[in-house]
Write a protein that binds this ligand. Sequence first.
Ligand code: F6P
Length: 313
Amino acid sequence: MGEGISDYTRFVVDLRRHMWMAGVEMELRRLIWQIAVTGKYISAKIHESNRKLAGYKNLYGEEQLSLDRSADEILKNQLQYSGFVREYASEERDAVIQIGKGEEKYFVTADPLDGSSLVDTNLSIGTIIGIHKESVFTRGRDSMVAALYITYGPLITMVYSAGKGTHEFVLNREGEYVLSQEHIMLEERGSIYSPGGLRKDYTKKHLKYLEYLEAAGYKLRYSGGFVPDINQVLIKRGGVFTYPALMKSPRGKLRLLFELQPMAFIIEEAGGIATDGEDEILSLRVQDLEQRCPIYIGSRFEVEKAMEFLAAN
Ligand code: F6P
């Protein structure tokens, strides 16, 4: 039998069916579905940018929105008409905006297009979403009910967790998100490390930790895109991503609300851990949208080892 035939006769589990079978609550299911579909529109927008790379000028000489701002507009509009979202906080905006009537159940955070500066290099980029059941100005542990990210790479994939494990879907040729890996679980210990920041800016303790990983034979895997770098740790079933406190920026680089909380939720559901070197990411209280925070995230062994190095005298 040809490959094409078996492909179409195989029973596939699509995203909606999976969430229904997993017992995800109906409104949350619909919201996650809506966001996954929005990923297709964002992907189409990314593809439009190939005209710019190919040297085309906008026909009417209008100024075009940057890709990340376009992605933000697309997301905001889709969420606004979903009927499930009360407030929207985006990495592209200065303040939380009310997009519902005030009765809706969910509060959504978005990094609409993380790593957008990598588009011209044709590396993977992504969208990161957090879904909360109350105001985001609290601990992730108290407010988060789900998180997801979409990778725009050679394939478009979507990884979500609604507190019932972490699952990966791949967008197929028919435009459906089809289950590719269910209940992804990290090994206790992995073999890759993904270190953000410059070596010259590291603290002594962090540098010692990296030297430990290097001596232990960990392979360097860092693309400069948070989504593909975390995705790599998840899909390879272990390892560590870190963007530490730096001498010149003790709060690190990555944003607690838009980047770290959603990834911490997803990785914890896959049996891993995420800390700032001392405390769990999901136990940290969000005070403002811009709040940054150091991160060590991935397999239990590597993250706990980082905490040991940082606590040592
Ligand atoms: O926050 C944006 C971001 O591009 C992340 O996607 C990525 O992990 C990080 O910054 C890369 O930072 P740097 O360029 O310092 O390695």
